[in-house]
Write a protein that binds this ligand. Sequence first.
Ligand code: 6R9
Length: 645
Amino acid sequence: MTDQIDNVLHETRVFAPSAEFAATASLTAAEYQTRYERSLQDPDGFWGEVAGELSWMKPWERVLDWQEPHAQWFVGGQTNIAFNALDRHVAQGLGNKRALIWEGEDGEVRTLTYSELLGEVKRSANALTALGVVAGDRVTLYLPLIPEAAIAMLACARIGAVHSVVFGGFSVGALSDRINDAQSKLLITADAGYRRGQPVNLKANADEAAARTPTLEHVLVVRRAGTPVTMQAGRDLWWHEALAEAEAEHEAAALDAEHPLFVLYTSGSTGKPKGVLHTTGGYMVGTYLTTKTVFDLKPDDVFWCTADIGWVTGHSYTVYGPLLNGATVLMYEGAPNHPDWGRFWQIIQKHGVTILYTAPTAIRAFMRQGDAIPAAYDLSSLRLLGSVGEPINPEAWMWYRRAIGGDRCPVIDTWWQTETGAIMLTTLPGAHPAKPGTAGLPMYGIDAAIVNREGEELGPDEGGLLVIRKPWPSMLRTVYGDDERYRKAYWGEIPHVYFAGDGARKDADGYITVMGRVDDVLSVSGHRLGTMEIESALVAHPSVAEAAVVGKPDDLKGECVVAFVLPQAGQTVDPVALRAYVVSQIGALARPDAIYIADALPKTRSGKIMRRFLRQIAAGRAIEGDTSTLEDPGVLERLAATAGV
Ligand code: 6R9
């Protein structure tokens, strides 16, 4: 068997930046090219200059120390990411600028200026210190998407405590596993958070988890919902009381560039979650530079990344990246369909959001509800749209551009991972033409290539494995407590390169299209097919809102294609017509042998389709593996019933 993945989807639409956008853009394509080449040829010079735009308490001695697979960046330097995100701007006169606009699910709005946010972070840092938290200690956060989530992250960073954010929707088991793996001393939670109008009792979960996590000494509780909670004397404290007692002044700790900043758990496809470890200096430089460059940030932007802080996207582009750039961040606590599917558009209209950064899963869900909903709102403040988290199907891309962006806003498709810390592949909105479904070009310093298992580079349009051949500042440093796993999973698969686990191809313009996880590739009659292309062909049919395809063992073909499809609202799917349509779009090879109509797909809480469960259902097997990160575990039973298992 070869490692190559067949390229079956032929998408030819290209969208150049509008003259209007390009006129104010900070870079041209030629300037990008010059900078990109320099970043690879002279990484020390390049990254030294970028890092020099930020404040350091002690300058670094060496930009990079690379002992494969371990990198140290800005060696010998000392800095503080919270200082750079807050104090630096206040010192430069931005104290009265809005740092955070928060909207609760119930419509409550809170605004914090840079001075106010800094004040909160300083008090919180003192409160953590008073609880005995010192640099290097781990602190787990289990919070709704409220300002205190960002405040707590920044307070940890300010004193050098390592935060581990666990998504507020995770179960007791997922929470206690992560606390135990990180050996956290402190848990910060809330009484409850809101989801579709209902309070979700986080403190009750925290109590159960605390009973199983011997390293926890204290639980700090933010009052969000006012719901009744049981406070255990000696262990539990109210956040507002701890802050009220804390000193207002605090000096940010000078931390080594390689001081650990956070651990964030990603669900490996099997086995226990991996604690991805990021450190201070490199992550700071990477998120700072990518936010500024990729979003072509302007001083008046209102930047809305819709990701929860439980995901890396929330870490890098709700909290650190925008704040490092002195931007105004919008944060929304609740569900996109509460009270109805117009909520996002209402928020954009109300707060004058200029940049929207969201996920294909959300875009497809909005698309399913039809154009009339966004059309009822004034979205003219928007100037740029971003996508992240999964390959975006060309039809969803087109819809995003038209129905949300008014055919005016560029759309960028940014590929990156928890492990990469910051955006790796994208087009620059004012400089590069965009191609629907294709992420685009490498960011500065990113030496991306498409190779086979032996590490040999493939030619244009040949599908293979996406790898990064050089270290970059915001890369993960290790898997927390399991360096062997780090070596094996990322640097041990293909010799001397970082393997991302994704399949991709590069076109003659150097644009990279991500074709899906390599673990999900189908092998049909000797051809390897990525999931993205078949799914995109299905979604291009007017009756289909969403689709997931998997392989099912087949005596003749090795594997055959099984598709699970979600109908567009108010439409019915005709499997015969749909099958013919896929064949007409991408060829007989990709013809689905079975099409199951579904009411939902199994997804992680961050919206990624978990195809391994669909493979089990398609093969008629019992569900195996960790289902704790599924958004709605009930969906598996319903799908199994549909598929006649
Ligand atoms: C940031 C984030 C990483 C995986 C990644 C890939 C998929 C993310 C993508 C994309 C195609 C994009 N992915 N962005 N695939 N195009 N623009 O999502 O991190 O949760 O760690 O997931 O998500 O498969 O390997 P994370």
